[in-house]
Write a protein that binds this ligand. Structure first.
Ligand code: ATP
Length: 295
């Protein structure tokens, strides 16, 4: 089952094209990252799915059906930090949000336990750290035990400890069978937490799919010899047709992660009368891969 299927979705704000013909689908049980720099359309996309915004074109399905309120009851959301009352405790705040969202009050103790706030559940919200506040916001999204969570930048503004806590919580929730759709502008977050990713840039879908395939670290083999142009021309015919570029008098061969074989490169050159002065394997960093994808 697809939890979400987006088909040619578009959104214009006047002249601004926030989303342009976006299509992808979220498999059940995945942690699906919507990754993109600021202004790429992540919040707009989540807003449309949750019926806070209307699309300008295209369509989407929830749970393989046309979207309805009954589907959204199965989805817990953290789109913006809820306005919790500073002078009330976690329990008192969740009683209010549960009433507003029509979610069961009896579930409050359970969700506070999930986010590890039981010991502080009667403390005033104003005494919470930022990380605790965010965990309370996730507890709020968990009320009623929804199958799916939609989280917009869940670690934004947190310190490294707070970030680690939220990431661990997201992974625990996924292990319990929940599907999680989360927007993020942080490449390393998506790499560490998500199983799937859709990369947006200026409202365009750049690529989407399995994180390991899309964000895998390519192997770069750097080779040099006296005549770099001759070397490049020879390597263009290297088996498998890796991408070949000259950078600062060094030829760079680009292979899919884990497939580069230095011995084969060396033999290939030697058989063509080229003696190498340099032969080195390097990993393309995820950062440069992401920059390349988003240009
Ligand atoms: P951020 O991480 O900064 O929130 P985002 O990827 O979530 O960015 P959106 O907030 O969806 O991106 O914005 C996408 C584009 O739509 C941006 O150019 C933004 O300025 C524009 N936009 C968003 N909301 C509105 C609005 N209400 N009116 C006009 N333009 C808007």
């Amino acid at each position: 089952m697809s939890i979400l299927k987006v088909d040619n979705l578009s959104k214009d704000y006047g002249k601004i094209k926030a989303l342009q013909n976006i299509s992808f689908h979220v498999p059940e049980g995945s942690i699906y990252g919507i990754l993109g720099p600021n202004g790429s359309g992540k919040t707009t996309l989540l807003g449309i799915i949750m019926d806070v915004l209307k699309s300008s074109g295209g369509s989407y399905q929830l749970f393989d059906e046309n979207p309805a309120d009954s589907h959204r009851k199965r989805i817990g959301t953290l789109l913006e930090t809820p306005n919790f009352y500073h002078y009330l405790s976690a329990v008192q705040n969740l009683k209010i949000t549960a009433a507003i969202k029509n979610r069961p009050v009896e579930d409050i103790d359970r969700v506070l336990d999930v986010v590890n706030l039981t010991q502080r559940k009667h403390s005033k919200f104003s005494t919470y750290s930022l990380g605790m506040k965010q965990r309370l916001a996730i507890a709020n999204a968990l009320l009623g035990d929804p199958e799916v969570l939609v989280l917009d930048e869940p670690t934004n503004g947190l310190d490294p400890v707070g970030i680690a806590e939220i990431r661990m919580l997201i992974q625990q929730l996924a292990q319990q069978g929940k599907t999680i759709i989360m927007a993020s502008h942080m490449l390393d977050e998506v790499e560490k937490v998500c199983t799937h990713v859709a990369i947006l840039k200026y409202g365009h879908l750049i690529t989407h799919g399995d994180v390991n395939e899309i964000l895998s670290n390519d192997d770069i083999v750097e080779v040099a010899s006296i005549d770099v142009a001759k070397l490049k021309n020879a390597l263009i015919n290297f088996p498998g047709n890796p991408q070949v570029q000259i950078k600062e008098n060094v030829v760079h061969l680009n292979f899919p992660a884990g497939t580069a074989n230095l011995e084969e490169v060396n033999r290939f050159c030697f058989e063509r009368g080229i003696v190498l002065s340099q032969l080195q394997l390097k990993k393309k960093s995820l950062e440069s891969k992401f920059l390349e994808l988003t240009n």
